[in-house]
Write a protein that binds this ligand. Sequence first.
Ligand code: SF4
Ligand code: SF4
Ligand code: SF4
Length: 443
Amino acid sequence: MSHYALFLGCTIPARFPFMEKSIRMVLSELRVQTTDLAGTTCCPTKSIAKVIGNDQWYVTAARNLALAEAAGVDILTPCNGCFSSLKAVVTDLNMNLHLRKSVNQELAKLGLEYTGAITVKHLVQVLFDEVSAAEIKKRIVKPLTGMKIAVHYGCHMVRPSSAIHFDDPNRPTKFDRLVEATGAESVDYTTKMMCCGNDLNTADEPDVAIAMSREKLLETQKIADAMTMVCPACFSQYDSKQYLMQKSGEHIDMPVVYLTELIGLAFGFSPEEMGMNMHRVDTGQFLEKWEQRTSYLEKVRQNFDLDMLDRCHQCGACMDDCPVVKINPDFDPNWLIGEILNGNMEDVLSGPDVWRCVSCYTCYELCPQKFGMNKVFETLKHLAFTMDITPEGMGGGIKMLLETGRLGEPTAMRKKLKLPDLPESGSDDLKKLLHTDKESESE
Ligand code: SF4
Ligand code: SF4
Ligand code: SF4
């Protein structure tokens, strides 16, 4: 694993130190080594420094790059703005040797030089391309299973693609895969690639900036439990500005969670130690829902292989071959499995579907994973029985089996056919084994 200069930028240490805390905790847990580089300045942000002048923009960025080169480390930044600025300057300096020469003439006054020996990486890039989602998954102790997360990429994580070359600039997926590594679901939504509008604040148009954030918040709060992002400017738009909207009476309530906070929670770090109580928009509701989901799924896990249940739910391949589904369109095993995963086990157990599976094993025989939905129904039937929920016919059969050891008593027809008497039933022994006789009940 490489060693990086951690380039936090200006906003994270100044306004959002809780982000820095979770970044450091998660990187350390994943054994990504970082150094704090002395002497750096603002990346610099394009929206301000380019106004001062193009040359000034290049020299300011190149100075930061030269410091990392002198320290012999690549740059890792958890800020979209810094990433976009530094990557754009690296690309230009590497392509335009005339530009590099003139920038280096300035840097020489400080005894520095940019040679193009280092790379600049976004936090998401390091986590996805170097650490890998699989490695993150391995360390998870408290998955975010069942939580729906709306990923906000932020324009400058993936654009301009001519300089960044990290993910598809219009349909990126790497950030989503990292969120899914925590066990959460990354939901799709129409305003996903829409800009947060932060730069409009510096154009003295805060109302328009807020309007851009509002659009995404309104959409995501209908479909997700939280939004996540990896940029302090975007965070400010969705957290601080949302707080202002709430204060002015708007009905918006969307917890906003930085990526490393999400991963940190799944790693078992507490929200308090990561400083999550320092967000402007309360994350309590999100955390509470997650706790409830976790304890519910713990109970489900006692009876089902959760990963397999989830895979079966995603698959649904054998559904149309189930003979009961063919005859009764009300029977939908895939929906029922989804209901279990979604926290509605009690409703499932008290409904009629549990008993509709006829144990024909068609699904098992067709299943490429040799799972079979019949397994789910067997477990559900048992759970319903332990809760005293059985259809009348099933209840009568169970009662008879437990009392007589058989599901039918011989009738006079046997005598007419001159069949021999049946040997004595083993029901008493069976009762002892099953603890349904009076003596064993009182033991
Ligand atoms: S992009 Fe913004 S937050 Fe990041 S370092 Fe530059 S000015 Fe600071
Ligand atoms: S075992 Fe049950 S769920 Fe599977 S195909 Fe047969 S009836 Fe359908
Ligand atoms: S039983 Fe097998 S084939 Fe059928 S939905 Fe589940 S995983 Fe897919």
